[in-house]
Design a binder for this molecule. Structure first.
Ligand code: CAO
Length: 481
């Protein structure tokens, strides 16, 4: 205190010696409201001080009324479950999701089709057409944030769950749907994976020119659309923070496939300006038609690529490698394959000169790759930054230790089928750690959800049970495929 007083006195002495200065009042600008808000974190809470991974999951607190079945819808809700949402899967009593019994490999147990698409969910059985069932659904609608469904067009409305009804019951609820097609000529059609691949432009551009259209093994129609839907749901949840109200989110499988095949719509428009020079048919002098052709294994980008045989191809159907002749590493490729003269030969030195000779170039590179295993090719080429990729079989992927280590391939235990592999969360987050849980048995959580989530008393649950709204109907289950 004494020190402060002394200092004060010294300061006033110094001031007294100086001639009095005219005091100019400076107009201080108030910081703009936006800047002040930004300084205060734009309304966000203070950054958590908890260790990364210990502050809960990304979607903790979000509750999903999962009315999905087969593949497209379940893919979406499983991802939301991986991110921490509480996913309540509503299934028909005694039957459940049709995939429980489809492509069954273990007698009496839920199929892999079901178990691999319905992890991290709880199952409740409700007959949605039973009056008591309808009452339970109403309560669920009030307790959930998002309803996700992929019934055939009109099925949800036929249950009485129209958008108007849901919105009136819970104005905050987001209603997310997958259908085969958007509004138009085909809007009432039922759609499965391969139909979407065909209608979305993927099949007409997949396969070899001289063969028929091909569908791909990647489920871009089902899982791809589920992924699109999940993105829409996330955006709707974010917007709801501002508006306080839910909205409809709609993803058509045709649209989802087209979105993934957009480079082919790019090429369709390029065709109007001349041939597609990176397609091998250009180098082979085969004229282009009016639509984008099938391009075999041509690379979809500007760098020519092809699938080449590797050592063992005679007996191993997957002894192949994808090889890209990327321009910046052309010289390294020439040295590796024993063609150093191609580095300066005007027929090979520059990319445009190589285009008409791609078939011969890849056949020559293949003579080299056939002397190595696909993994040896990978090791050698990567040292030179040459982009190559081994054709991995599903067996190799299932056994790959790095995919296990990252949680992309996960082994889970199931009470009736035992251990099985599933695909974990393909998206890794540093502060939201995914825990992959097994799929639920049919109706495994019915009592728990009725009591703990919806607040029914034990007597009420007993009455619900007696009503037949949550128990198996007399109808026989649909035949499993
Ligand atoms: N209680 C009572 N009834 C229930 C019920 C429940 N819990 N859950 C479903 N149902 C009823 C539906 O109300 C519907 O009845 P109505 O037709 O009488 O209204 C019935 O079950 C069948 O539903 P659905 O028509 O959706 O099923 P489906 O097997 O005939 O068709 C599919 C399947 C996938 C072709 C269709 O659902 C569809 O086109 N979905 C949209 C596109 C899609 O997601 N396709 C991807 C499928 S994965 O390849």
């Amino acid at each position: 205190m004494a020190t402060r007083t002394k200092a004060k006195a010294a300061k006033s002495k110094a001031t007294a010696k100086k001639p009095a200065k005219k005091i100019v009042k400076l107009k201080t600008k108030k910081p703009p409201a936006k800047a002040a808000a930004a300084k205060n974190g734009n309304g966000l809470p203070r950054p958590s001080t908890r260790a990364y991974g210990a502050a809960g999951k990304a979607l903790e607190g979000v509750r999903i009324l999962d009315f999905t079945h087969v593949q497209s819808g379940p893919t979406c809700t499983q991802l939301l479950g991986y991110m921490g949402a509480d996913v309540i899967k509503v299934e028909r009593p005694g039957i459940g999701d049709i995939t429980r019994g489809q492509l069954r490999d273990v007698k009496g147990a839920d199929s892999l089709y079901f178990t691999m698409l319905n992890g991290n969910k709880r199952s409740i059985t409700i007959d949605s057409k039973h009056p008591k069932g309808k009452e339970i659904l109403d309560r669920l609608i009030r307790h959930c944030d998002v309803l996700v469904e992929n019934f055939a067009p009109g099925a949800l409305d036929r249950m009485g769950l129209t958008w108007d009804y849901i919105h009136k019951t819970n104005p905050r609820m987001i209603v997310a749907s997958v259908k085969g097609f958007g509004p138009g000529a085909y809007e009432d059609c039922k759609v499965y994976e391969n139909i979407a691949q065909c209608a979305g432009g993927a099949a007409s551009t997949t396969g070899f020119r001289e063969g028929p259209p091909l569908v791909t093994g990647a489920q871009i129609g089902d899982s791809g659309t589920g992924l699109h839907l999940a993105f829409g749901i996330m955006c709707a949840l974010y917007q709801r923070n501002r508006t306080g109200r839910g909205q409809k989110v709609f993803a058509a499988m045709q649209d989802g496939v087209l979105n993934l095949a957009r480079v082919k719509l790019r090429d369709q428009q390029r065709l109007a300006h001349g041939p597609l020079t990176e397609y091998s048919q250009y180098g082979e002098n085969i004229p282009f038609g009016v639509a984008v052709p099938r391009a075999g294994n041509d690379s979809g980008g500007g760098q020519p690529g092809w699938i080449l045989k590797c050592k063992g191809w005679e007996t191993d159907p997957d002894a192949y490698v994808y090889f890209i002749t990327q321009a910046p590493v052309w010289e390294a490729i020439c040295d590796l394959i024993g063609k150093p003269e191609w580095k300066t030969d005007p027929d090979y030195a520059k990319p445009p000169a190589r285009l008409p000779r791609l078939k011969h170039i890849f056949a020559t590179i293949e003579q080299w790759t056939m002397t190595k295993t696909k993994f040896e090719v990978m090791d050698i080429c990567n040292k030179h930054d040459i982009p190559v990729g081994p054709i991995l079989s599903m067996k190799e992927i299932a056994e790959d230790p790095s995919l296990r280590a990252t949680g992309t391939v996960v082994e889970v235990d199931h009470p009736t089928r035992g251990k099985y592999l599933t695909v974990g969360n393909p998206v890794k987050m540093s502060d939201s750690i995914t825990e992959v849980k097994r799929s639920p048995l049919l109706g495994e959580h019915t009592q728990e959800i009725l009591g703990k989530v919806l607040g029914y008393s034990a007597d009420e649950i007993a009455a619900i049970q007696a009503s037949g709204a949550i128990t198996a109907s007399e109808k026989p289950a649909a035949a499993a495929a």
